[in-house]
Design a protein around this ligand. Structure first.
Ligand SMILES: [Zn+2]
Length: 196
């Protein structure tokens, strides 16, 4: 079943009229997923409701933990789980230092960020074996960045059968992993990498 991008109101109305034909359980699944995955406006709303003092990404740089969602730190960069993932395994790769301008990174900071981005791709590949990735950054609020003051790359594993960047098929198995499971996957991976 496909849900059109940006059509949450239409989905809701159609959902009522088609309840018998597609099943209440399907509707519940769609409703559940669309609030997290299909509605960028809702996503921003949820983030704004969080009570986090200061920058949420600077908070993530304090420690590697489930609480901060940070799973790896290099000299200047870090890998953090997206609290509201577009797909299971969704990572954010970003500088530990606060700042929203890629051009202001030093050469060492930039090189470290790129190396960490590659490492994140390797981790996603080894753990989730995706068919492809979305790699990208919304640089600045006008480009769509949710937190423009602290730049961050998205690393999103993709599989055949899901749709474009935001809209995903509701019944896709890969979206049902919990954040705790994702955290354990990455922590185990990076711990093994350090010890080997
Ligand atoms: Zn910050």
């Amino acid at each position: 079943m496909k849900v059109k991008r940006g059509s949450s109101k239409r989905v809701s109305k159609k959902s009522t009229s088609k309840a018998k034909s597609i099943g209440d359980k399907d509707l519940q699944n769609i409703s559940l997923v669309k609030n997290v995955l299909f509605k960028p406006a809702r996503y921003k709303y949820i983030r704004k409701q969080e009570v986090v003092k200061g920058c949420v990404f600077c908070n993530s740089s304090k420690s590697i933990s489930m609480e901060t969602l940070c799973v790896y730190k290099s000299d200047y960069s870090m890998i953090v789980l997206n609290k509201f993932p577009y797909n299971s395994g969704h990572l954010l790769v970003l500088p530990q230092g606060h700042g929203g301008d890629l051009l202001k990174l030093s050469s060492d900071q930039y090189a470290d960020l790129m190396a960490t981005l590659k490492l994140a791709c390797q981790a996603v590949t080894d753990i989730y074996a995706p068919a492809a990735f979305n790699l990208g950054m919304n640089h600045g609020s006008s480009a769509g960045a949710g937190i423009p003051e602290h730049l961050h790359f998205h690393v999103i594993p993709r599989w055949a059968g899901d749709l474009n960047f935001f809209p995903l098929i509701a019944q896709t198995k890969v979206v049902i992993e919990t954040l705790e499971q994702t955290y354990q996957n990455y922590i185990g991976y990076f711990n093994n990498r350090v010890s080997s």
